[in-house]
Structure formats: C-alpha cells, structure tokens
Design a protein around this ligand. Structure first.
Ligand code: ADP
Length: 208
C-alpha cells in the first residue's frame, strides 16, 4: 500500500489576488503548512539548470512545465518532512500556486486529499495590475515589473489555471472576495478554513 494522501487546502486565484500574503500568515498557525511554488522556484540557485529553466519561463509570464514543477514540489515536501517542519499526519497543507493546470491537478490526485479550494475572486483587473506593480517595486520581482509580462500572466491564468476550479467538486470550492484590506480578506478566509481544521482535528482524535 502507498502512503496515505496528504490533506490539503488550495489557495487559488489570479496573480495579485493575495494568496501568498494570506498563505504566509495562515502558515504560522499550528496545524497548517504553507507551500508556495513561486517561493520555492525563486529560492533556486540562479546559476543552476533548474534556476535557469524557471527564469526562462517566469520572465515571459509562462508556467514552468508540469513535470518539472511536480518534481520540485515533491522534493520540497520530502525535505520538509525529513526536517520535521511538516508532518502529513498532523498538518494540513496550504497550497499556494499549485496545481496551476489541470494536468498538475491530475498528477497530484493520488498524493493529495483536497479538503477545500479557497477561490480568491478578483474580477477587478486594474486592481490586480496595481498590486503586482507595487510588489515589483518592493520585492524586486522582474516578472511583475513589465506590463506585457503581467498581462501574459493574467492570460495564462485564464487559459490554463482557471479550468482547475472545474476539476474539483463544486461543493468544496469556496469563493472569497479578494478585494479588501489584507485583514478583511484574512477574516473571510478564516471563516472558511477554521471549521475545516476543527473537523480535521476531531477526526484525528477519534482515529486515536
Ligand atoms: P503569481 O501568482 O504572482 O503568478 P508566483 O509567485 O505564484 O506568482 O509564481 C511565479 C512564477 O513561478 C509563475 O509565473 C510561473 O512561471 C512559476 N510557477 C509557480 N508555480 C507554478 C506551477 N505550479 N506551475 C508552473 N509554474 C509555476
């Protein structure tokens, strides 16, 4: 028998919708482990082959190929488990930036038990572009600095990523309004995930 599937909540939404901001805060809570594939990719050695591969796609606003992405994601989780930062039996994964294509969702199906998909809804494109521009200045992200790359990222989201929502049962997809202050959005996300964590802890306790 293989390993049991890892429990996960997906933080899902377009670039600039605030998934990363919320994921970083929620990941500080006991029982959640935040994984951002964008952060994992940006931490790669820029001189390495993988680092180069990442830069060649992200600088154009394109997705890194699915097989490479899944490999790096799995390696990150294995390492976190080894270092005892993450325990699959105790922690719920908060996945930020993955799966980002229907094929990634399919490749992860045997490994992940997706409890909920938090959909950060942000239809205000001008607001998203403003947020991304602000982030470019603060974090020095080259993929956020150019208007044409930002536009391409939003297009890729619409074409390749948004269809992932329909891959999951509509009953587990929870839409939150991503327009508001970070604290307001946090309150909306917590209203969805607090009951999930309570049920998860109760189920664990009764399983002994
Ligand atoms: P954003 O949500 O603002 O687009 P991220 O930090 O999540 O930014 O990702 C930055 C870049 O990393 C993406 O534009 C893409 O090139 C790459 N990337 C991150 N996650 C994935 C993924 N799951 N699959 C493919 N590429 C990814």
């Amino acid at each position: 028998m293989g390993n049991p599937r890892k429990s996960a909540i997906l933080l899902f939404g377009p670039p600039g919708s605030g998934k990363g901001t919320q994921g970083a805060v929620l990941g500080e809570l006991l029982g959640f482990f935040h994984v951002s594939t964008g952060d994992i990719f940006r931490a790669l050695d820029k001189e390495s082959e993988l680092g180069n591969t990442f830069a060649s796609y992200s600088s154009r606003g394109e997705l890194v190929p699915d097989d490479v992405t899944i490999r790096i994601f799995n390696a990150h989780l294995e390492k976190a488990q080894k270092n005892r930062d993450y325990s699959p039996s105790d922690d719920i994964l908060l996945l930020d930036g993955i799966p980002r294509s229907v094929q990634q969702a399919q490749l992860l199906e045997d490994d992940l038990d997706v409890l909920n998909v938090i959909h950060f809804a942000a239809n205000n494109e001008a607001e998203l572009i403003n947020r991304l521009r602000g982030r470019a200045m603060k974090q020095g992200r080259t993929d956020d600095a150019k208007e044409e790359v930002i536009r391409r990222r939003l297009e890729v989201y619409a074409q390749e990523t948004r269809p992932v929502l329909a891959h999951y049962d509509a009953g587990i997809v929870k839409t939150v309004d991503a327009i508001g202050t970070p604290a307001e959005v946090l309150a909306r996300v917590l209203a969805e995930i607090a009951p999930l964590q309570r049920d998860y802890w109760a189920a664990r306790a009764s399983a002994g």
